[in-house]
Design a protein around this ligand. Structure first.
Ligand code: FAD
Length: 469
């Protein structure tokens, strides 16, 4: 009988806990979660705020009771682990009832990430929100509901007609043009808010290709989202409540601001225990996601892992990595040593009536750092056979290593439903397996008129890049 202790009860933690118990019921599994929610899908919060998902409970995949009763996991919510003592293999957790200690044979640190708040004056004002947790999601949805009903009372003639039709509330500001900023622009605009999005750099969605960013930017403009590029927000001005977003040359009146400027791994607990933090700032792990301390693992948004293209440690805090690495650790702890696999940095985003995806390495400087000589090309092609009704355009950017032709990364954009995201999966295979663009151009992809042209846009992109190499 051994004891597996997990710190953090979301994607990484509960995947590991469930897998360990399922594979080896003799393992005692104890999970400490400082909050009340476990196994929740923060990824669904923008759609909950938008109003497409009615209840926060719908975002929970397994309830605490199910973990306890059906999976036989000793889940202790409301317990924050405040100390790890690797020498004695003990953790200390604090709850409303005081402190408890718990011995472990195996330990997983799955503490997630926390919002990075830039040095902006006025972040403490009422009406300034972040969106990293279920309770923050609840607060934002309550704000949206309040603002809408107040405005509908003031404008009874417009009433529910404003819903999804025309701007009637706001204005509101979003600081940060990453995927959460973009998803929230859609969520707020769909509720009738006039949305102003401030991005410090020269493009939104900077992890995607420049062409993808440009396409989504144009689309945000079409949807009446005012995007300010090169706009470093200095102050959220106002009295008790926020009243304006201020940059060096702008002062935009707002009634609410969402700050979505990225996350950093939550590593203090691990670092204090002598667990090594890597050069990305996240917890360093080997292929089994074990840290430098024997039998102590780390996974999810608090940990780094090797990138499938560069072979170097990378930090890409996304949900599948957390689930995948957590599951592998659970299997290891249950008795079958299992590698969780590297990360390709694959991500997807929906922006109003468009979708986009990216994978691999698109950044020339990063590619050069690890010895590649990158070249990039972008094509646009029809998403379905020309004679088939409907359809749109898929834009594909491919980055390859010029001398060898190895596919390093890809980025795609299309109208929503026209397949940019699903097409990216072929590129994930290519970057993960290290194949060349010529080999990619010979992939035997599925074809039928309602789904693509005979030569899928991915194949067309590969042929074009191969021709230019
Ligand atoms: P977390 O989900 O952060 O969970 C960590 C848990 O540890 C928390 O519950 C925390 O309370 C607990 N904890 C921390 N410290 C302690 C302690 N000392 N003691 C006890 N408990 C502790 N990813 C995607 O791939 N696709 C998406 O579309 C997507 N959309 C997102 C949208 C939003 C709004 C947000 C916020 C995130 C989104 N993500 C998305 C990211 C995804 O949610 C995370 O990658 C995933 O939740 C990481 O899981 P985790 O278990 O590593 O960490």
């Amino acid at each position: 009988m051994s004891t597996f202790v997990v710190v953090g009860g979301d994607a990484a933690g509960m995947s590991a806990a469930s897998k360990a118990k399922r594979d080896n019921p003799d393992v005692d599994v104890v999970v400490f979660e400082k909050g009340e929610w476990v196994s929740y899908g923060a990824c669904g919060l923008p759609y909950y705020i938008k109003g497409e998902i009615q209840s926060l409970d719908d975002l929970v995949s397994v309830t605490p009771e199910e973990f306890r009763q059906e999976r036989d996991i000793d889940l202790r919510t409301g317990h924050e682990v405040v100390d790890i003592d690797p020498a004695n293999r003990v953790v200390t957790a604090r709850s409303a009832d005081g402190e408890v200690t718990q011995a472990y044979d195996h330990l997983l640190v799955a503490t997630g990430a926390e919002a990075v708040l830039p040095p902006i004056v006025g972040l403490e004002r009422e009406g300034v929100y972040t969106l990293g947790s279920m309770s923050e999601g609840k607060d934002l949805r309550e704000y949206v509901g309040r603002a809408r009903s107040e405005r509908e009372l003031q404008q009874p003639d417009r009433g529910p007609a404003c819903q999804f039709l025309e701007t009637c509330h706001g204005p509101v500001g979003i600081v940060g043009g990453g995927y959460i900023g973009v998803e929230m622009a859609e969520a707020l605009a769909a509720n009738g808010f006039e949305v102003h999005l401030f991005q410090r750099g020269d493009r939104i969605l900077k992890q995607f290709s420049e062409e993808t960013s440009e396409s989504i930017l144009d689309h945000l403009g079409d949807q009446n989202v005012e995007v300010y590029l090169g706009a470093a927000v200095e102050e959220l001005a106002g009295g008790d409540r926020v009243e304006a977003v201020v940059t060096d040359d702008l002062r935009v009146p707002v009634e609410m601001v969402l700050v979505g400027t990225g996350v950093r791994p939550r590593t203090a607990l691990a670092a204090d225990a002598g667990i090594e933090v890597g050069e990305t700032g996240a917890i360093a792990t080997d292929a089994y996601r074990e840290t430098n301390v024997p039998d102590v693992y780390a996974a999810g948004d608090c940990a780094e892992a090797e990138h499938v293209v560069t072979g170097e440690p990378a930090y890409v805090p996304l949900a599948l990595t957390a689930n995948r690495h957590g599951r592998a650790i659970g299997q290891t702890v249950a008795g079958t040593p299992t590698k969780g696999g590297g990360i390709a940095g694959t991500a997807a985003v929906k922006a109003f009536e468009m979708e986009a995806a990216r994978t691999g390495v698109l950044d020339d400087a990063l590619a050069r750092e690890v010895g590649f000589d990158p070249m990039t090309a972008t094509i646009e092609a029809k998403s379905r056979a020309g004679y088939y009704p409907g359809g749109g355009t898929v834009q594909v950017t491919l980055t390859v290593d010029r001398p060898t032709g190895r596919v390093l990364g890809g980025s795609l954009a299309s109208e929503f439903g026209e397949g940019a995201v699903h097409r990216s999966h072929a590129l994930v295979g290519a970057v993960t397996e290290g194949i060349t663009v010529e080999e990619l151009s010979n992939y035997d992809l599925a074809y039928a008129p309602p789904f693509n042209t005979t030569w899928d846009p991915v194949l067309t992109a590969a042929k074009v890049v191969e021709g230019k190499r």
